[in-house]
Structure formats: C-alpha cells, structure tokens
Design a protein around this ligand. Structure first.
Ligand code: SF4
Length: 360
C-alpha cells in the first residue's frame, strides 16, 4: 500500500510528521502548480469548486508517482463535499487508475476516526506510537501556523520589500526536516529570531485586514493566489479567521465533548443567519459582525460555485456592522494581476475612509 494525501497549504508537512514515525509508505504530491491546475480542470466537472479540482489534481499527480491509496476528507454537512470522494474515485478509475479512497472520518468520528485511520495505514502500530506520532504532527502544525502568523505580521513593516518571505520559506523547510521536538523548537526559535531582526519602518501604522472564507482557499496560498503575501507587500497586516492547528484542536477535542467551538462567531451571526449552511458560510457572516471595530477591512475568499460562501456573501452587505469587505472568488479563471489590482483599490479606499475622505 502506497498512500497519498492532498497538499492543502502546509498541512502536508504535519501529515508527513504523523506518518514518518509509523513507517508508512507514502507519496507527497508536487506542490500545486500550473500543471496541477490544468489536470484538475481537464478532468473535473466544470461547475465544481476549486477545492475539488485542486485535490483531484494532487491525486492524479500522486498516482502518477505510484500512490494507490488516497487519504481524503469528506463531511456530512450541507455542502457537496460529502460526495466528492466518490466522484473523484470514479474519475480516477475512468482514467485507468486503480485506487482506493481512505476517508479520514473527521466529520463523523472526530479524533477517534483519525487515530483509527492512522492505525490502519500503519498496519496496526501500537496505540502509544499512534498517539505520539499524532501529537508530533500537531506540534508541527502549530509551529507552521506560528511562523505564518509572524511572517504575515512582519511583512507589512519590512524596509526592504521581499526580506521576510525567503526567511519564512526556509522556516517551513526546517520544520519539515525536524525529526524530534528539540529540532522543531530550534527551527521555530532560529527563524522567529531571524524574522524579528528584519529592519522595519519606524512608527509605521499599517492597515489591519482579516482574511475569512472557505477553509481550503483560506489555507492554500496557491488557491488564493498568495493573498496574504500580496497584502503584506502593500503594507497591510493580515490575520485569518482560521489556522489549521487551532481548527484541528478545536474540531477534534472540543466538538466530541458537545462544545460548539465557534460559539461566539455563531452567536454574532444570529441576527442575519440562524443556522449552519454548510462549509464555513455561517462562520464567515459571524466573523464580519465580531470583527467590526477590530479591523480596517475584511477579505472574503470564496470558491466560485460554493453555495455556503455565496450565501454568506449575499448577506454581508445587509449587516449593520459596516466593516468594508472585498469578496474574491477563487477558481481557475481568476487572474492574479486582477486580484492585486482589486487589493490595491481596496486598501486605497480603506485608507481614504480612515482619513475621512469618504462619506462611508
Ligand atoms: S464549502 Fe464550498 S468550496 Fe468547500 S467543499 Fe463545500 S462547496 Fe466546495
């Protein structure tokens, strides 16, 4: 058995960290690139969302490299994702690939489902080993998020544009290479230090923008065309509504105990949306309400044809909280140059609004 899994931003580094100590044979698909996208769009139904397409592109490239089992996510919520794995499996079979889908079962069985999956791919390794591998993967996930948060904070302040990004990329490699907790701690310390020593613009007061939306496009820089990096180049500090390590910890540990991990956000959305509409749509509306007054603007990332985010976007203009929102639809037709022009116009508008040059 040779397994593979989707890239999804930096998530693959954490998944590798869980599989390596268990001796699992796996293939990491190449990072999403033009070929991934072109395979994805060629073999996917046209109307499906970009997460489906890029995941399929990852799968095709991994199967070409010898993978025969695919770890895939599914869900029993209201979006189409619940049935995606079946369609992807059928497409791969029609292409002549004999593959088996292995579902993470996160929606239904949470932590237990994921640990059971690790056990089955590791040929029934002892539970102590499963749990320690899982914990190491989560630690890497946290370290990756910490580095990304730091980079997105610092980029806006750098005097010499483009200094932070190469340090950030090196930190990802060091985290990936770390084989134990000590090496991981050292990597975080070394590159955290390097980033904090970058020459910054004194007394600079950056705009603060919250990036929200559907989980895949929020987490994956290829899908969102490096939106946070581009905002950083414009001198903007960004924060995201979700980071994978926090999302996993809340989802896997709180949810099984019956605790609504997004209680505050759901409560904030209530005047406009009273129930889950699938994906992250409910949270997107709540984030706008809860973040007004704390940020200068919000960028809403929505995969084209995504029903939950499309619904959230329709609600957004009618909230009484007047945080400026820029909606960006992500799909294979979206051009990066077009997105940058819109980001420039958006940040100019917010700056003028703050300076009192716009009536609203
Ligand atoms: S939430 Fe939207 S983008 Fe995400 S899988 Fe569902 S339909 Fe696709």
């Amino acid at each position: 058995m040779r397994i593979t899994f989707p890239h999804i931003g930096n998530a693959y580094i954490a998944i590798k960290a869980m599989l390596d100590p268990l001796g699992v044979d796996y293939v990491v698909p190449p990072k999403c690139n033009k070929r991934t996208l072109s395979l994805a769009t060629k073999y996917s139904p046209e109307g499906v969302c970009i997460p489906f397409k890029l995941n399929l592109g990852n799968m095709i490239e991994a199967v070409e490299l010898g993978a025969d089992h695919i770890l895939n996510v599914t869900g029993h919520g209201t979006c189409r994702m619940g049935y995606y794995f079946k369609v992807q499996e059928q497409i791969l079979r029609d292409m002549g690939y004999d593959v088996t889908m292995m579902l993470t079962g996160l929606s239904e069985h949470k932590l237990k489902g994921f640990l059971n999956l690790l056990r089955s791919v590791s040929n029934n390794a002892p539970w102590s080993k499963i749990i320690s591998s899982f914990a190491f993967g989560i630690s890497k996930m946290t370290a990756l998020d910490d580095m990304e948060i730091l980079a997105n904070n610092m980029r806006a302040f750098e005097i010499h544009k483009g200094t932070i990004t190469p340090i950030y990329r090196k930190s990802l490699q060091a985290i990936d290479d770390a084989s134990d907790y000590r090496a991981l701690k050292e990597a975080v310390k070394e590159y955290g230090q390097e980033m904090s020593e970058v020459e910054v613009i004194p007394d600079y007061k950056p705009l603060k923008i919250l990036v929200v939306g559907e989980i895949y496009v929020v987490l994956d820089p290829f899908a969102n065309m490096d939106v946070e990096m581009e905002l950083g180049k414009l001198g903007v500090v960004t924060k995201r509504s979700l980071y994978l390590s926090r999302w996993v910890k809340k989802g896997l540990f709180f949810n099984p105990l019956g605790i609504d991990q997004w209680r505050d956000v759901h409560k904030a959305a209530m005047p406009y949306l009273k129930r889950d509409i699938g994906g992250d749509g409910w949270e997107t509306v709540g984030e706008k309400v809860i973040s007004t007054g704390h940020y200068d603007g919000m960028v809403h990332l929505a995969p084209f044809t995504c029903m939950p985010e499309g619904t959230a976007q329709c609600i957004m203009p009618s909230t009484k909280e007047d945080l400026p929102v820029l909606a960006i639809y992500c799909d294979e037709q979206t051009s990066k140059a077009g997105m940058i022009t819109r980001l420039e116009a958006f940040t100019d508008m917010i700056t003028m609004k703050k300076a009192g040059c716009l009536s609203q």
